[in-house]
Design a protein around this ligand. Sequence first.
Ligand SMILES: Nc1ncnc2c1ncn2[C@@H]1O[C@H](COP(=O)(O)OP(=O)(O)O)[C@@H](O)[C@H]1O
Ligand SMILES: [Mg+2]
Length: 366
Amino acid sequence: MKAAYYIGIMSGTSLDGIDAVLADFEAPRPVLLDNFYLPYPGKLREQLKALHFPAHGELHRAATLGNQLARHYAEAVGGLLRKSGVAPPEVAAIGCHGQTIRHCPQAEAGYTIQLCNSPLLVELTGIRVVSDFRSRDIAAGGQGAPLVPAFHQALFADPHVHRVIVNIGGISNLTDLPRNGSVTGFDCGPGNAMMDEWCARHTGQAYDEEGRWAATGKTLSVLLEKLLALPFFSLPPPKSVSRELFSTTWLEGYLKGDESPADVQATLLELTVAGIARCILGYCGDATEIYVCGGGARNSYLIASLQEALSGRKVGLTDTLGVDADCLEAFAFAWLARQLIQGIPGNIPSVTGAKGPRLLGAIYPA
Ligand SMILES: Nc1ncnc2c1ncn2[C@@H]1O[C@H](COP(=O)(O)OP(=O)(O)O)[C@@H](O)[C@H]1O
Ligand SMILES: [Mg+2]
């Protein structure tokens, strides 16, 4: 049996759960064969959130959560393989991003931590695992992020069209694909995470389905201006931001306390839209096609607002390019695993700031 397929596993800053995909890279173009989503149990989400900040006993908690994550990832792999009727020996490797709990690339001794007990994931699945994709780029002086632009380029670059791929996950980031091929990628600002937190607090729902609640509110323009005054929004790219910055704790510093919660939700949605639109208008000037991926692509009110802010340009979802918006990031980590196994660098030094192209990831053999 030929091990021809790759599995990609992504669990991002939204802490919503695990996206797993089955990919085939033997065809002339990468093919997304199947996908499986496994939500995190609420308790795991809270435990992971707590690990974003220093606290007593964190080493033990990180290690045991790494074990728990490996079990959840293995469950997602099992679900994916059953759904697609593929056996483990047919899979060349799993590219597992892991769950980021710290990302400090800029410090003197920069580091990044994506939790997952990879040897345990190998034991549980019988499949070779590639993980820890970001550390090598940081060791070479880079930011260790973003890593998906290389895959966006391989998949979506078009010599005749200037495209931008926008990923709206916990935070939002974009890949600029100009016609001449000089790819850039950077963070734009908040994505879903702050809206999720505010929504959970006031409605008990984990997120605002299709932005329906935000649509009942009105944008508080004074508040929006105050939030947009954060220096990050005026910084030129390349720039990156951590989940911790865009939190309800940051937001509360600007609230008077008498605002209607729905109006605040509407304002947070506009903040996400403004962060993205400013980056595209300011730094991807003549882009004519914008494609959105990540969970935010399913927030139809957010997409409509983005369309309005970028009028004159085509704004759609990556689905229209043939890749399910919910699967693109996991697809990218399947591709990055294959890059390593084939001995091909995975980073774009002009995007991450690394000294040069580097082989990304560590291989845990089956
Ligand atoms: N139907 C929907 N309507 C509105 N928002 C949605 C919908 N589906 C997903 N989302 C948002 O997408 C988030 C998950 O996005 P995802 O791309 O997985 O982010 P991350 O990569 O940070 O994990 C959810 O937390 C939620 O905010
Ligand atoms: Mg997610």
